[in-house]
Design a protein around this ligand. Sequence first.
Ligand code: NAD
Length: 264
Amino acid sequence: MSRVAIVTGSSRGIGRAIALRIARDGYDVCINDVASNQSGAEEVAKEIQALGRKATVAIADVSKLAEVEQMVQKAVNDLGPLNTIIANAGIAQVKPLLDLTEQDFENMFRVNVFGVQNCFQAAAKQLIKQGNCTPEAPGKMIACASIVAFKPFALLSHYSSSKWAVRGLTQAYAMEMAEHHITVNAYAPGIVGTAMWDLIDEKLGEKTGAKKGDTIKKYTNELIAQKRTSVPEDVAKLVSFLCGPDSDHVTGQTQVVDGGIIYT
Ligand code: NAD
């Protein structure tokens, strides 16, 4: 039987790789992103349809609960009862703690933390209302954390603390959702070559004088045991496990996938 998932922030990067991977696993997928990335979202939906699965696009800003609730309704109307949500959307910013404005701090938490809360709350209410989650086929809620949820990176401190909050929220949701037969986990990528790391590389380079591309190379060589930068598909493989039946007895975990930077 087909299953339905929503993946937020899936017009590109890690979210796109997850959407394509779980479509190959048998999911019909709702692609979400902000309006400025609508064309990318539609491209990903077409790629999924070419794999023989159903796909729809729901434009929504995850920091706004009303938009997230509409996204969940659109997914259900277009694809059928929901089984899984992957709260992947996130933003990063490189800035010293003493230079952060209240707005910087608020934006970070609005997207990265409120975004997960909005997605988890709206999805959980939908799953409970549908009554389709059982011990044999639990609902799945999955959030995007990061290795910085275990050890912050300097100059990415508000980003790091937002991901630390995602880890806490994941544990708390796991406790409250167990009675509803919903598992709740998070994935914690390391250094993944996406638009987000292009920005981090450029901004850290401005601080240190490093050329574009040199910071990610340096971090890869100095920090990653396997000595290669992660690709989005490395993360999608873990999320495939967290979305599938083999993880039915796993809940409340934040699983690192980084080639060997952080050892939990
Ligand atoms: P990315 O910037 O390529 O993709 C993020 C996507 O989220 C974008 O398409 C963006 O438009 C979307 N998005 C941002 N704000 C949104 C909002 N308010 N509502 C809906 N969509 C929104 O970056 P990525 O590397 O693919 O990041 C995906 C996730 O992985 C993020 O949560 C990020 O923090 C996390 N992560 C990335 C890395 C890395 O090294 N790239 C490492 C650890 C964690």
